[in-house]
Design a protein around this ligand. Structure first.
Ligand SMILES: NC(=O)c1ccc[n+]([C@@H]2O[C@H](COP(=O)([O-])OP(=O)(O)OC[C@H]3O[C@@H](n4cnc5c(N)ncnc54)[C@H](OP(=O)(O)O)[C@@H]3O)[C@@H](O)[C@H]2O)c1
Length: 324
């Protein structure tokens, strides 16, 4: 089967190889999934660079999110049958034609959710739901809170802006260009601030910030915009640099936390995850969790897909068609 493999850490465009691999029969309790569409997310590429080398074992097949059809079931599987459409989670390995996963880690996709929607129904919607829960556990109610969302031009950024508005709070989407601002404005209602990484505009004041950038820009936001008693939740580091420790130490009044979907997924239990997927599918039906798809590449043209992923002009998610 067609597969991909990372055998050494480095630039994703140089170290992710297209390879032939053997199909593995499903063992007891497992299913083999013929994957259809897989997403390319920043979180797929970060482990490839070696950023998490202490907890990443080489070699590995990248890809945390996608949808496919059950092809074969192992002994003892009663919940799934060949032909069922599922989202397999809890591991990387979705950038290939077939994947074997325990049936327990596969979630059925309702018929009215198409493959494009299903392929982006997991990582960002479930993380956005967790981030809103984290904000609510800090404040109780979010009503009238002013909440900054950095990298609001990202797929999850738009979801967060919409979710925060839905809680009766005031979202402020922080984007790095007028182009991103126009795109976000067409996707979600709410205030939008354009600020590149070199400068925080004056006059901003937030009760909370959800941050996917990190680095000096996050440090400036913490120092200049957070109200006393605010919350700062980091869930990404698109700048490639951590939030400066002195910026955190200078604000003992602020509650800092880091949210990682993976931690929740491996502790929440199946009923909580089923509930989260139900919320995601409901949000896909209304457009709340829709991700703009810029292009679908055959997996065999992974090099072009990775070049496009690195292009700052990219205008939405890229998907891989793992069947060709
Ligand atoms: N912690 C978790 O469990 C978790 C889960 C899901 C996602 N995440 C994180 O969330 C972030 C966004 O993910 P995504 O899938 O939504 O990404 P995405 O749709 O691929 O969007 C990334 C966009 O963010 C904007 N951006 C990139 N670098 C930026 C920077 N330095 N400053 C400001 N904006 C920047 C760009 O939009 P413009 O070109 O329009 O500016 C870029 O297109 C990533 O860091 C990802 O790792 C974390």
């Amino acid at each position: 089967m067609r597969s991909t493999l990372v055998s050494q850490f480095g630039d994703p465009r140089q170290v992710i190889a297209l390879v032939d691999a053997e199909r593995i029969p499903p063992g007891p309790g497992e299913v083999e999934i013929a994957l259809c569409l897989s997403a390319i997310n920043p979180s797929d590429l970060i482990p490839v660079t070696g950023a998490y080398s202490a907890r990443t074992t080489l070699p590995f097949v990248p890809g945390f999110e996608g949808v496919g059809i059950v092809a074969r079931v192992g002994t003892g599987v009663t919940t799934l049958k060949p032909g069922d459409r599922v989202i397999p989670i809890g591991t990387s390995g979705l950038w290939q034609e077939y994947l074997v996963r325990p049936a327990e880690w596969c979630f059925a996709v309702p018929d009215d959710i198409d493959d494009h929607q299903a392929a982006t129904s997991y990582v960002n919607p479930l993380t956005a739901i967790r981030l809103i829960e984290a904000l609510k556990s800090h404040f109780g109610s979010l009503t009238s809170r002013r909440i900054g969302v950095t990298a609001a031009g990202s797929a999850i950024g738009a979801m967060l802006v919409k979710l925060i508005a839905g809680e009766g709070a005031g979202p402020v989407g922080i984007v790095r260009s007028e182009r991103s601002a126009a795109r976000l404005a067409s996707d979600a209602a709410g205030e939008i601030v354009v600020a590149d990484e070199s400068r925080v505009p004056s006059g901003l004041a937030f009760d909370a910030i959800v941050d996917a950038i990190g680095g000096p820009f996050a440090g400036e936001l913490i120092g200049q915009t957070l109200q006393p008693g605010a919350a700062f939740i980091q869930y990404g580091a698109l700048s490639g640099v951590p939030v400066p420790i002195p910026a955190i130490q200078a604000r003992p009044d602020v509650r800092f936390s880091f949210l990682w979907l993976r931690t929740w997924v491996h502790t929440a239990g199946r009923p909580a995850m089923e509930e989260a997927f139900a919320q995601s599918f409901a949000g896909l039906r209304t457009g709340l969790f829709s991700s703009r798809v810029a292009h679908i590449y055959p997996l065999s043209r992974l090099d072009e897909a990775l070049a496009h992923q690195a292009d700052p002009q990219r205008d939405g998610k890229l998907l891989l068609d793992t069947r060709c």
